[in-house]
Design a protein around this ligand. Structure first.
Ligand SMILES: [Zn+2]
Length: 276
């Protein structure tokens, strides 16, 4: 049945506790059972030690990869069919359709009263290319730095399927062209017939409950909707911690639009950041 990962390796990972399955509340499930199509279940692989050097910050984290059990089992069964028909060269196409989220654990957040956490939406242009049209890159680096400096430690959940607030990289590229023709970031989504924000935070809520537990946590965010979405996914004791960084002449209009939309960003946060 499981042909994407060699079944023997998979079984070994389960036995040694490196591959677990959790439900929407972060509770541990049987990873060998057939996943239910109606209930959220996440397979989590790790810890994998990662030494990180990002924007001048050096730290060590434990990386966990997470994917929905239903998505993984679809890919696994399609991979079996492909293997039988000699189509191994298509494996990369199959695997690239899966949203594999990541958790970077810093310190021992499960033992702390109120760890610091961040749920970061993937942004290729900002996180990887260092684009300043948004502030995602500085937010990511600063979040890792702040968590590593916090006595309680914490974790960062990196949401792989959240590009362009959930519309995907292709549509996000189109919104950039619309923005350059005068629309703001939300108008541009609407012009394409797409929602302002279609991100789903249920995976993040499950992962935070698994890694932190039921205790309160502090979340690096300016976005009250993120707090509300996590609460509706069962994460109730989340205190927002302001996270404004990376303001530049290139993204001030973008941040203005976010503020008008409801983000907690003050006018003085957007004032001249000086040379950078
Ligand atoms: Zn971005």
């Amino acid at each position: 049945m499981f042909t994407y990962l060699n079944p023997e390796i998979r079984e070994r990972l389960i036995r040694q506790g490196s591959l677990v399955r959790i439900d929407a509340r972060g509770r541990v499930l049987d990873p060998r059972a057939q996943p239910s199509s109606s209930e959220l279940a996440l397979n989590v692989l790790g810890p994998i030690p990662l030494p990180i050097e990002l924007a001048g910050i050096s730290l060590r984290v434990d990386w966990y990869a997470s994917v929905r059990s239903t998505e993984l089992s679809e890919v696994e069964s399609l991979a079996g069919t492909l293997r039988e028909s000699g189509g191994q060269h298509l494996f990369s196409v199959l695997a690239s359709s899966m949203a594999v989220n990541s958790v970077l654990v810093i310190g021992s957040p499960s033992e702390q009263a109120s760890p610091l956490v961040r749920v970061h939406s993937s942004c290729l242009t900002g996180d990887v290319f260092g684009s300043r049209r948004c502030e995602c890159g500085p937010q990511l680096a600063s979040a890792l730095h702040r968590i590593s400096q916090d006595p309680a430690g914490g974790c960062l959940v990196y949401m792989a399927g959240h590009e362009g607030r959930g519309i995907g990289l292709w549509a996000k590229a189109a919104t950039y062209l619309l923005q350059d023709a005068g629309e703001d970031t939300y108008q541009a989504n609407r012009s394409l017939g797409l929602p302002d924000d279609s991100r789903d935070f249920s995976d993040a809520a499950a992962l935070l409950q698994y890694f932190v537990g039921d205790r309160p946590m502090r979340l690096l965010t300016n976005n009250p909707k993120k707090i509300a979405d996590l609460a509706s996914a069962g994460l109730l004791s989340v205190e927002p911690v302001k996270h404004v960084i990376g303001v530049s002449e290139w993204n001030r209009r973008y941040l203005d639009a976010k503020r008008d939309w409801g983000h907690r960003i003050e006018s003085e946060d957007l004032e001249d950041p000086g040379p950078s």
